[in-house]
Write a protein that binds this ligand. Structure first.
Ligand code: UT7
Length: 331
């Protein structure tokens, strides 16, 4: 039997600033009632001028290493999922490695809100294939920096934060670890959720800034429709690969994009509400940080117990989707 990557530790970092629906009501044409009914969000965390994607990632990553009972020199690889990198060059992992004290390889992984699960799959596969002992996986975002504060269809949704896990290698056996996964991307839908300017297609100019092309744009309704289908199909493909029935899943950890998407997806999958981790109320949509933040919260408060089956599923820009089935706990 081949080796397996299990979660040996976790950590989270959230900026102190809280942006409530009441504060948004005072700024744009919206209401607390609309936001709560349509999204389930009541507040989100917002980075201060001193917080960056890397500073949040460093705090979350260091906490995960500590929780795993390790020191930074034990980490063999860093995979950092983000849609809001520290700078265009170099990659955010370079800043984070320096902040934590790593000299191992690192790379960023851009797959929007599916990024963390993509990183989990990439990191665990490299751990197994390369015989690595410990891989640090981080999801980190400062979405407040790319959202148009005047666009009421997006600025109410997104928040900032980071969370991380340390994957460690168990040799053989059928204990805890990543059991199965599914990745996908339908690039015919790139225009549904995008920042047009700032890349090779449309380099930043005074005109792109004047047109607001450096801000995130989203066709919310269409993303919503596709998201439910992507999560359900991807989660089912993952369960099929593991030979596990949805009724055996102990915890469903969906990307926290909209409480209505979560509700529709978990209902179609046949997973009860009490087995679904939902924290969107307090953090909004934190893209690549949302699944690890939910995992870290449920692990820290004791909901996740050794031996339990955890199904994580994310989707977003691309449109990319990713699911992973894990058995929680350490060997
Ligand atoms: O992370 C992965 C990617 N993102 C997502 O998964 C997000 C997916 N989409 C969504 O969550 C939802 O589509 C939204 C929350 C963005 C919007 O909810 P919706 O129920 O799809 O609303 P809608 O876009 O159909 O808009 C309904 C109405 C519109 O007014 P009219 O045209 O009916 O008069 C909007 O202008 O609600 C209006 N509206 C608002 N009203 C108050 C849009 N935003 C707001 C707002 N406050 N913040």
């Amino acid at each position: 039997m081949s080796d397996r990557a299990y979660v040996a530790g976790w950590g989270a970092a959230l900026p102190d600033g809280v942006l409530t629906n009441a504060a948004l009501e005072a700024r744009i044409d919206t209401t607390d009632a609309w936001i709560v009914e349509r999204t389930g969000i009541r507040e989100r965390r917002v980075a201060s001028a001193d917080d960056t994607t890397a500073s949040l990632a460093i705090a979350a990553g260091a906490a995960a290493i500590k929780r795993a009972g390790l020191t930074p020199d034990a980490i063999d690889l860093l995979v950092l999922a983000t849609a809001t990198p520290e700078q265009p060059i170099p990659h955010t992992g370079a800043f984070v490695g320096e902040g934590i004290g790593l000299r191992c390889g690192s790379f960023d992984l851009a797959a929007g809100c599916a990024g963390f699960v993509y990183a989990l799959v990439a990191g665990s596969s490299m751990l197994v294939a390369g015989g690595l002992d410990h891989v640090l996986i981080i999801g980190a975002e400062t979405l407040s920096r790319i959202v148009n504060p005047e666009d009421r269809s997006t600025c109410i949704l997104f928040g900032d934060g980071s969370a991380a896990v340390v994957l460690s290698r168990a040799s053989g056996g059928d204990g805890p670890g990543l059991l199965a996964w599914d990745l996908g991307c339908d690039g015919s839908a790139v225009g549904l959720l995008e920042i047009r300017a700032g890349g090779s297609r449309m380099p930043t100019t005074a005109a792109t800034v004047a047109d607001g092309d450096h801000y995130l744009r989203m066709a919310g309704q269409e993303v919503f429709r596709r998201a439910v289908r992507a999560v359900v199909d991807s989660a089912e493909a993952t369960l099929d690969r593991a030979g596990v029935d949805a009724s055996s899943v102990d915890w469903f950890v969906p990307h926290q994009a909209n409480a209505r998407i979560i509700e529709a997806a978990r209902t179609r999958l046949g997973i009860p509400a009490e087995k679904t981790i939902v924290n969107i109320e307090h953090y909004g949509n934190t893209s690549a940080a949302s699944i690890p933040l939910a995992l870290a919260e449920a692990a820290s408060d004791g909901r996740l117990q050794p031996g339990q089956l955890v199904l994580a599923s994310g989707f977003g820009a691309g449109m990319a989707w990713a699911s992973a089935l894990l058995r929680w706990g350490t060997p």
